[in-house]
Design a protein around this ligand. Structure first.
Ligand SMILES: Nc1ncnc2c1ncn2[C@@H]1O[C@H](COP(=O)(O)OP(=O)(O)OP(=O)(O)O)[C@@H](O)[C@H]1O
Ligand SMILES: [Mg+2]
Length: 333
């Protein structure tokens, strides 16, 4: 069942005579049981999109539907949405941790007793019992982040929008939060998650949507994306530094260069026969090794996002339905 559907959202900001096209024709879906990782470099437009989904920013164009209603037009729809937006801003600094939970619970339609019980439950789950009566501005940054998450799930929303929810969390808290997010989706709710921690995205998400410069660059099932690239990636280690013409030649090939002080290597995505062109471009650098590599989401993200990246030849990635849905225009923007 579809919980979120957003169609062709667009948003421009104007400041000091300049116009920023923050979001261009972005369409998103999120169904019951899904965790969708919403990825993109800084400034790609993720937060702006999430704010349009929660009614915090009115889109210039496009439609949002959450459980059949539009949060930009009908405030009752907000009861179906829980959100952690840009860290801990959705907290009242002069209220205690428990008061914050109860306040926001009531705002989302919970009864007093119900909100109070849920508040105590979540304070316990997130290891914040000891801070129940502490004012929010006296909590550590990670504790505030945990509280923001508790507020987002307290009223049991059908759609959870999480903007970098693990920012500043320690290892244990990150693990706990990942568990709750997975559990939330497994219970039939939908989660849309932005993060720069791509290991978190890889572990949690069933689908990945990548934004670049305001538009959607790629959309694909996480497992399928990793499978496609993993079967066809190689690490090539070589000696010495590259001259400019070599770098220019490599820029036209499906590779990602990593030039470090101690070693130089590149990650090549493609069928084995494409390696000849890479080796030709590397000449006369002595080769150290060529190894098949298991690409992870982080490798794939950096690869897809690099400036002027050419698309990998479609034929090498199998028939179209299994290829990532790549938006040429966004890729070359
Ligand atoms: N209120 C605003 N006024 C003007 N420009 C804005 C405003 N909010 C966002 N922008 C611009 O819109 C673009 C997208 O910003 P957004 O915050 O959506 O990016 P993001 O993908 O969330 O990035 P990050 O990963 O850094 O959080 C940026 O160029 C940003 O400067
Ligand atoms: Mg952001």
């Amino acid at each position: 069942m579809e919980i979120l559907s957003a169609t062709q959202l667009s948003k421009q900001f104007r400041s000091r005579g300049q116009t920023v096209e923050a979001v261009r024709d972005v369409s998103l879906r999120c169904a019951s049981g899904e965790v969708v990782a919403f990825l993109g470099a800084n400034g790609a437009g993720k937060t702006t999109t999430l704010k349009m989904l929660t009614g915090l920013i009115r889109p210039d164009r496009g439609e949002v539907s959450v459980c059949g209603g539009d949060p930009n037009r009908d405030a009752r729809v907000l009861r179906h949405i829980g959100a952690v937006l840009e860290g801990n801003r959705n907290l009242y600094w002069k209220l205690t941790a428990q008061e914050n939970l109860e306040y926001f619970g009531a705002l989302r339609g919970m009864g007093r007793l119900e909100a109070s019980r849920a508040a105590i439950l979540w304070l316990g789950r997130l290891d914040l019992e000891g801070k129940r009566h502490t004012l929010v501005h006296k909590l550590s940054r990670g504790m505030q982040q945990k509280l923001a998450f508790a507020i987002s799930v307290l009223h049991r929303p059908r759609l959870l929008l999480l903007d970098e929810p693990t920012l500043g969390l320690d290892v244990e808290a990150t693990t706990a939060l990942k568990g709750y997010v997975a559990e939330w989706a497994a219970e039939g709710n939908a989660v849309l998650l932005t993060t720069h921690q791509l290991d978190v995205a890889q572990e949690l998400s069933s689908r990945v949507v990548i934004m670049r410069q305001g538009a959607i660059l790629a959309e694909q099932s996480t497992a399928e994306l990793i499978r496609q690239y993993s079967g066809q990636s190689y690490t090539v280690r070589f000696q010495g530094t590259l001259a400019e013409p070599q770098v220019a030649l490599l820029a036209g090939l499906p590779v990602r260069l990593e030039l470090r002080d101690d070693e130089s290597l590149l990650l090549y995505f493609g069928a084995p026969d494409g390696l000849y062109a890479v080796l030709e471009a590397l000449r006369p650098q002595p080769l150290i090794s060529i190894e098949p590599t298991l690409a992870d989401l982080s490798d794939i993200f950096v690869y897809l996002n690099r400036d002027g990246a050419p698309l990998p030849p479609a034929a090498r990635y199998g028939p179209l339905p299994t290829s990532p849905v790549l938006n040429q225009e966004a890729l070359h923007a």
